[in-house]
Design a protein around this ligand. Structure first.
Ligand SMILES: [Zn+2]
Length: 286
């Protein structure tokens, strides 16, 4: 587990010494994080038992993660102060690739800590520019249950929330622009397509560890996807399927097969990453 945490931290920072510090810090906090999650689940279960007659599945707003996936998240969390420090001290020397990696890492971290809805929203709307209607179709496909679709207002409200959280993290480095119908987006890079390989490499690294690909066969995936269907009635039993749904969205090969199955454009045509203004204060010599 330690060596996996190390490899992830090294991927983010490209610095051995720092990767050792981050992975050991993440490991040392794992027990406490596992205990905190168990406590949260205990209280939640207690609340639920007061309404045993309720048959409606209310999906958890926060899913429970296995120890392995908690460790993966802890690496993201432990990495952040080091990123911020470097961004403040040497903002002019941080390259684009590092910032893009951090952006994707943060996006995955803040969505994965919630549920597959947020992961689908994050990837489809903050990395690619699929429309809300298209993203809704994708979410329907990974949920395999049309009754659990979210309405337009919920998508908008959650998107605004994620946008605020990304803004909190990257501050003035991200500029907000308004598009058709007043929709707010981060100002994109005109040359986003250049970074497709990097984006996929990041998503591959940030896919929940040791989760299987839920899509059988090859090529476009649509219709019934057995591994994504939840047939139980206790939402606490849905966590494992939630992690597999997250895999389907984060893992580039799976995601590509889902968008193909929905007849949507390929990710290469929809990649849209933000432009970072981190070193715009640098004065160019005349
Ligand atoms: Zn996969």
């Amino acid at each position: 587990m330690l060596s996996r945490a190390f490899r992830l931290a090294y991927f983010i920072h490209g610095d051995r010494e720092l990767a050792v510090r981050i992975s050991t810090a993440a490991m040392s906090k794992l027990n406490a994080a596992t205990a905190a999650q168990a406590k949260r689940s205990y209280y939640r279960t207690g609340r639920r038992s007061r309404a045993p007659e309720s048959k409606v599945i209310s999906p958890r707003t926060k899913i429970s993660l296995s120890e392995l996936h908690l460790l993966q998240r802890l690496v993201y969390v432990e990495s952040e102060p080091h990123e911020r420090q470097a961004e403040q001290r040497q903002s002019a020397t941080i390259d684009e690739e590092s910032l893009i990696t951090r952006y994707i890492k943060h996006l995955i971290n803040i969505t994965l800590m919630r549920n597959s809805f947020h992961v689908a929203l994050g990837v489809s709307r903050f990395l690619y520019n699929y429309t809300t209607a298209e993203s809704m179709k994708l979410y329907d496909l990974i949920m395999q249950n049309p009754e659990r679709a979210k309405d337009d207002a919920y998508w908008r409200e959650r998107k605004a929330r994620l946008m605020r959280e990304l803004k909190d993290r990257f501050g003035q480095s991200l500029a907000v622009v308004r598009r058709l119908h007043g929709e707010e987006r981060f100002q994109p890079r005109e040359d986003s397509a250049r970074y497709l390989y990097l984006v996929k490499q990041c998503l591959q690294m940030f896919t929940p560890w040791d989760t299987p690909c839920p899509l059988l066969g090859a090529g476009p995936a649509s219709g019934e996807i057995e591994a994504l269907i939840f047939r139980g009635s206790n939402p606490d039993e849905e966590h494992q399927i939630e992690v597999v749904r997250m895999h389907a969205v984060i893992h580039p090969d799976c995601y590509e097969r889902l968008v193909a199955g929905l007849d949507l454009d390929s990710t290469a045509r929809r990649l849209e990453i933000p432009k970072f203004f981190h070193n715009s204060h640098r004065v160019r010599p005349l």
